[in-house]
Design a protein around this ligand. Structure first.
Ligand code: PLP
Length: 461
């Protein structure tokens, strides 16, 4: 068991300011250190010396146990487009909870939820709910292998599809496809990893392997477009996979119901064979789905497989389509279908990206903020590019876009928290349809203050 990390003993003024700002969180972090590895319950919540402990949230804001308010760009790891405590979603959840959370039986709310998905996603001929995005990608891969009779997966370096065994190498390390700790070599070797945006590498793998069951990707690029992928590339993948008898799986766990109400596939005009959804799908509660071609999902069907003389793919799961998540998801997806929630979030994100770039230029910080739809990312410019006259991430390699100075980024996050802004670990995040122009202005001011704190500490040269 470890106590809090060394930075608690650092003489950094930023760390001192953070600790003075968050004594209640520090106390809880001390307790958590004895309970959880690293004191945390999700790798992305790791922060030195400790992360904030949040008490409650409303709209785009959340408050920690010390009463500090933050403008929230963590967005529940991307699960929230309507953000915290939407009144309609909350009422639907309360009604469902009052009716009972687990019937061990079919229930009407799962039908409404699947219909809400089908209303927005034309490729969703059939739907199967799971409890997490990780389970959804696991099932998508199993379906693809069973349907095609092939074993190998084609994946892209840097793309994340959850933490299940078939997907662990190549996300943040092991780009050669070698197994990560605890994963069997035989499992890892059934993935071919290619660089993002490299159509020739995809074509070669499809031709040379002859065993590709599916190509799976995050359709706007890894980490919600941190390394962007164009619609043109995804459309080319659609054609190539069709030509070579492989399935195309779009992992829309993040982009689903966000890039457009129908996800990136509708924005790009691509019809995948299978899609995976989670996060916004369940309106802020746990829940996920694999959806797509009827003839593929029918491998889960008792009668159809029996008729075809095939062995059915088994799929239990205690909380599949649980009624509270179903109610939450149906309410959220209905709002997304019937309002301009996606467009509003994207428009506010564009204005935030502009405001932050203006601020960075004014402060002489050699970084850039970029992104698509309702996301933003920070480019830390490891190769010293000139970013003053606009920054084009499509000209950069994955390494360049993903390289982040670890200590500086950690201090930047702390400085932002001290100034009332919570961003994701890569200094980026998710906008919602409830963030306002005022939130954008306050965020730019907080960022400016954080950059100045870094300068005072000699972190910006
Ligand atoms: C693109 C993508 N796929 C899959 C997952 C896994 O989803 P979950 O965290 O619900 O298991 C995530 C999670 O962040 C994701 O971003």
């Amino acid at each position: 068991m470890d106590s809090l990390p060394d930075q608690t003993r650092s003489n950094s003024r930023i760390i001192a300011a953070y600790r003075a700002h968050t004594p209640g969180s520090e106390e809880l972090a001390r307790q958590a250190a004895a309970l959880f590895p690293s004191g945390i319950t999700h790798d992305a919540r790791q922060l030195d010396p400790y992360g904030i402990y949040v008490q409650r949230a409303q709209g785009p804001h959340k408050w920690d146990v010390d009463g500090n308010r933050y403008i929230d760009y963590f967005g529940g790891h991307g699960a929230l487009l309507l953000v915290h405590n939407n009144a309609t979603v909350a009422a639907a959840v309360q009604a469902a909870y009052a009716d009972g959370t687990q019937f061990g039986a079919n229930h009407p709310r799962e039908i409404a939820w699947a219909r809400a998905v089908k209303r927005l996603v034309p490729s969703a001929e059939l739907v199967r709910f799971t409890s997490s995005g990780t389970e959804a990608t696991l099932m998508a891969v199993r379906l693809a292998r069973a349907f095609t009779g092939r074993e190998t997966l084609l994946r892209f370096q840097g793309h994340f599809h959850g933490w299940q065994d078939h997907m662990t190498s190549g996300y943040s390390n092991h780009f050669d496809g070698s197994p990560t700790p605890g994963v069997l070599p035989g499992v890892a070797e059934k993935s071919i990893l290619v660089p993002p945006n490299d159509l020739d590498a995809v074509r070669n793998a499809l031709v040379n392997s002859g065993d590709i069951a599916a190509v799976i990707l995050e359709p706007t690029g890894s980490s919600f477009g941190q390394v962007p992928i164009s619609g043109e590339f995804v459309r080319a993948l659609r054609q190539l996979t069709e030509e070579h008898g492989a399935l195309l799986i779009l992992d829309e766990v993040v982009t689903g119901f966000r890039a457009s109400p129908g996800g990136a596939q509708v924005a790009f005009g691509v019809r995948p064979d299978l899609s995976t959804f989670a996060k916004i799908l369940a309106g802020g509660l746990p829940g996920a789905a694999v959806a797509g071609r009827g003839d593929v999902l029918e491998l889960l069907d008792f009668n159809v497989t029996a008729r075809r003389g095939k062995e059915k793919i088994q799929h239990p799961g205690t909380f599949n389509a649980n009624p509270v998540s179903a109610a939450s998801g149906t309410a959220a997806l209905t709002i997304i279908a019937e309002t301009d929630a996606c467009d509003r979030a994207s428009a506010t994100a564009a204005s935030l990206r502009d405001a932050l770039n203006e601020m960075l230029a004014a402060e002489g910080a050699p970084w850039a903020v970029y992104g698509t739809y309702s996301g933003f990312h920070t480019f830390f410019n490891p190769t010293g590019r000139s970013v003053q006259r606009g920054f084009d991430p499509t000209k950069c390699s994955m390494e360049e876009l993903k390289t982040q100075p670890k200590e500086l980024v950690n201090k930047l996050r702390l400085a932002l928290l001290v100034n009332g802004v919570d961003v994701g670990g890569r200094i980026g995040g998710f906008l919602s349809c409830t963030h306002t122009a005022d939130d954008v202005a306050q965020t730019a001011a907080a960022f400016r203050e954080a950059v100045r704190m870094l300068k005072q500490e000699g972190e910006l040269g």
